[in-house]
Design a protein around this ligand. Structure first.
Ligand SMILES: C[S@@+](CC[C@H](N)C(=O)[O-])C[C@H]1O[C@@H](n2cnc3c(N)ncnc32)[C@H](O)[C@@H]1O
Length: 336
């Protein structure tokens, strides 16, 4: 017997996004312990977030990383750090005015750096999912900013608790390469946009034959099999000499060789506003992020544009955008 809860404060809305059991399509209602469908299937709410999937899955490395480095990449006004804000608005091409009162879906939110941007800078209602327990970090980071405009779920891109055609805008930044089936992920995103709705993705690109001639792709077969704690410890113990060597190579115009160093590309990842300690933490996080995920499947931009078209959307942009100092591979589209 499932007890129904008093409904939580309704999202301010002009259109209604309903919640469904993604397997059966049955509607979901709020219960004391989670979300329940008429057949009695309960999706439990844990740490304030409904879980629409098994809690443990292939994204555990991300759960660990985002809970450990919960605030590392969040924008911070006190030190002038606005990288996520810059990247979000440049990559999407959206404006706060265009997003006001819209239903926006974020897929793969991690610790919520872009969740925060949407809540802080727009009046959109945000529906946000991630497959890992990073949703707990996101809830801690952003749950109190605008509770009437945020609904967060632990759910996979392939089984989201919304009917198709629900959203005015859908965005998915830095996620698709980490899913097992890139094309199926694109289809899942396009499916959730309403006709006329916009979809924006950014992802790791294949730029040429040399893309995978890189310490990341050479070592990942080993590193992704290591225990996450061991890998993180290894990175933490070695990050100082790796950062020093990386900078030495760049200073002596040998930047091309940095691809063989087992460290994230400091030229692309590090915002200028960071102190040396913050830069170190950021480098550890992004190096762990490059070696630990189960999947890392970069794609050619033209191929992703084809996937989007094949999913029933008109591509309005496919190429590279300067996302605050680093080029992002971006596809934007409108659902037909
Ligand atoms: C590199 S992180 C990016 C997080 C965030 N977008 C950011 O840029 O900070 C990739 C995220 O994708 C999530 N992810 C991977 N596979 C997923 C799936 N099938 N469904 C939803 N999220 C997924 C991971 O859990 C992880 O949090």
């Amino acid at each position: 017997m499932v007890r129904l809860a008093n409904p939580r404060p309704a999202l301010t809305r002009t259109r209604v996004v309903s919640l469904i059991n993604p397997t059966t399509g049955l509607p979901l209602r709020e219960a004391v312990d989670g979300l329940v469908d008429p057949a009695g299937h309960l999706f439990p709410t844990i740490a304030g977030v409904p879980r629409i999937c098994e809690v443990e899955n292939y994204t555990q490395s991300f759960g660990m990383q985002w809970n450990k480095f919960q605030a590392t990449q969040l924008d911070r006004r006190d030190i002038g750090l606005d990288l996520s804000e810059q990247r979000f608005f440049r990559v999407t091409g959206w404006s706060p005015a265009a997003m006001a009162d819209q239903d926006v879906l974020e897929v793969g939110s991690g610790a919520g750096r872009f969740t925060k941007v949407v809540l802080d800078h727009t009046r959109a209602r945000l529906w946000s999912v991630d497959y890992s327990n990073a949703v707990e970090a996101n809830q801690r980071n952003n749950g109190a900013i605008a509770p009437d405009r945020l609904r967060l779920f632990q759910a996979s891109i392939y089984e989201m608790p919304f009917p198709d055609g629900s959203f005015d805008k859908v965005f998915c930044l830095g996620v698709l390469q980490h899913t097992p089936d890139f094309a199926a992920s694109v289809r899942a995103l396009v499916a959730k946009a309403r006709p006329g709705g916009e979809i924006v993705v950014d992802f790791y690109p294949i730029r040429g034959w040399w893309t995978k001639l890189n310490a990341k792709y050479l070592l990942r077969p080993l590193t992704k099999r290591m225990s996450h704690e061991r890998l993180l410890g290894l990175i933490d113990r070695n990050i100082d000499w790796l950062m020093a060597t990386f900078r030495w190579l760049v200073r002596w115009h040998l930047g091309a060789l940095t691809r063989f160093l087992p460290i994230a590309d400091l030229r692309l990842i590090l915002p200028k506003a960071l102190s040396p300690e913050q830069a170190r933490e950021w480098a550890v996080l992004d190096t762990f992020d490059m070696f630990s995920p189960e999947y890392d499947n970069p794609q050619r931009v033209a191929r992703v544009a084809e996937m989007v078209r094949a999913s029933g959307a008109r591509v309005t942009f496919a190429g590279y955008i300067d996302a605050a100092g680093a080029p992002a591979a971006v596809v934007r589209a409108i659902k037909q």
